[in-house]
Design a protein around this ligand. Structure first.
Ligand SMILES: NC(=O)c1ccc[n+]([C@@H]2O[C@H](COP(=O)([O-])OP(=O)(O)OC[C@H]3O[C@@H](n4cnc5c(N)ncnc54)[C@H](OP(=O)(O)O)[C@@H]3O)[C@@H](O)[C@H]2O)c1
Length: 337
């Protein structure tokens, strides 16, 4: 049976779940694709672990438990090269200013003929066009579901399900954490700070919640979707952006009295002046399809020329769902082999 080798960069909440699900599904890959899919390597910020025969769960557990060494210079790109894998799954930090280590890793993977699956957003925000061109040049795939709302189908919906249509507009509730904060404020009358603290207690928000609540996460997803699905050349600074921290209790009461619901909505729209992309805090009325999208639930609405409008609501917002989205991408690549 043909072997298919996987390397994961970043071994945190998502990376661990990718490894776990990948091992659980090995039998499925054999039956469905006739492939022996094995995880040969994974890397953290300071070092990696490798086994050409496939990493065993006990080795991965020990690797995850190791303390960071900190003082050893680590070249993730050299590590990736030494793994000689068929596909890289990138689950490191989303550094949207520089692309972070993920940008170098994905570039390196594509240049050396590996397929790449991005869950982190930084590399895609900084250079989607360059990475996509690199993938084409080397005859490999660059897949991005995990970075574009993960369990909520966005990029696949736009690129595959609506292929041939002209997409006129996309709008979405793309960040589960932000939606949880706004829903908690509306339903429980708590302040934004209290809602953020609750999200942190439940493990929904990061210790530093700014990436999500200040709209960066949604803006990253909008930038990537605009560039990948509309062929735009937007940078993050082209996206006007709101933060949910602007919302006060008084404002919430006014919206409640007028039957409105606040949502942080990322949108991309074709206009006569060109593509318009933004992240706005909007108060939608009760008839709007996003009005009842509550908690960490996400949603996307698409307007097309000939297939009409589409709405998808749901999909979990957690590391398991993000890992599953990356492995959906893996299956799409496997189905082409
Ligand atoms: N969590 C979610 O639900 C979710 C959903 C969708 C997308 N994402 C995206 O997925 C990515 C991972 O999220 P996470 O929650 O798993 O983060 P996390 O728990 O903080 O894990 C990040 C991992 O990246 C590693 N890392 C940092 N710098 C590195 C480098 N230079 N080379 C190799 N590895 C490096 C860290 O290493 P150490 O272990 O040594 O610190 C850690 O293992 C993020 O980009 C996030 O935006 C997350």
């Amino acid at each position: 049976m043909k072997q298919w080798k996987v390397v994961i960069t970043g071994y945190g909440s998502v990376g661990k779940q990718v490894a776990r699900l990948l091992m659980l599904r090995q039998d499925h890959y054999r039956k469905q694709y006739g492939m022996e899919v094995i995880l040969v390597g994974t890397a953290r910020s300071t070092h990696g672990v490798y086994d050409e025969k496939g990493l065993q769960p006990s080795v991965l557990e020990a690797f995850a438990a190791e303390k960071k060494t900190g003082d050893m210079p680590f070249s993730g790109s050299d590590f990736i090269r030494s793994c000689q894998a068929d596909v890289l799954i990138e689950t490191g930090p989303s550094q949207f200013e520089t692309g972070g280590p993920g940008l170098a890793y994905i570039r390196h993977a594509l240049e050396t003929g590996m397929h790449a699956i991005a869950v982190s957003k930084g590399a895609l925000v900084v250079d989607y066009a360059g990475l996509s061109a690199l993938a084409k040049q080397h005859g490999v795939s660059l897949k991005i579901s995990g970075a574009t709302a993960a369990a909520l189908p966005t990029i696949d919906l736009l690129q595959y399900n609506l292929a041939g249509c002209e997409i006129q507009a996309v709008e979405g509730v793309f960040t589960g954490t932000t939606n949880f904060v706004l829903t908690s404020m509306m339903d429980e009358g708590i302040s934004c700070e209290e809602a953020i603290a609750r999200a942190q207690q439940l493990g929904i928000a990061e210790p530093d919640p700014s990436f999500d609540v200040d709209g960066w996460d949604t803006a990253c997803k909008v930038t990537i979707l605009a560039n990948a699905a509309f062929g735009a050349q937007l940078t993050l600074s082209d996206i006007a952006k709101s933060s949910v921290r602007e919302v006060t209790r008084e404002q919430i009461q006014l919206w409640q009295q007028s039957g409105k619901t606040p949502k942080l909505i990322g949108s991309i729209r074709r206009t006569p002046e060109g593509l318009r992309a933004s992240v706005e805090l909007l108060a939608v009325d009760s008839a709007h399809p996003f009005a009842n999208v509550k908690g960490t639930t996400k949603a996307i609405r698409v307007e097309t020329d000939v297939m009409g409008d589409l709405l998808v609501i749901g999909g979990k917002s957690d590391p398991v769902a993000a890992a599953a989205a990356a492995l959906k991408d893996l299956e799409h690549i496997l189905s082409l082999q």
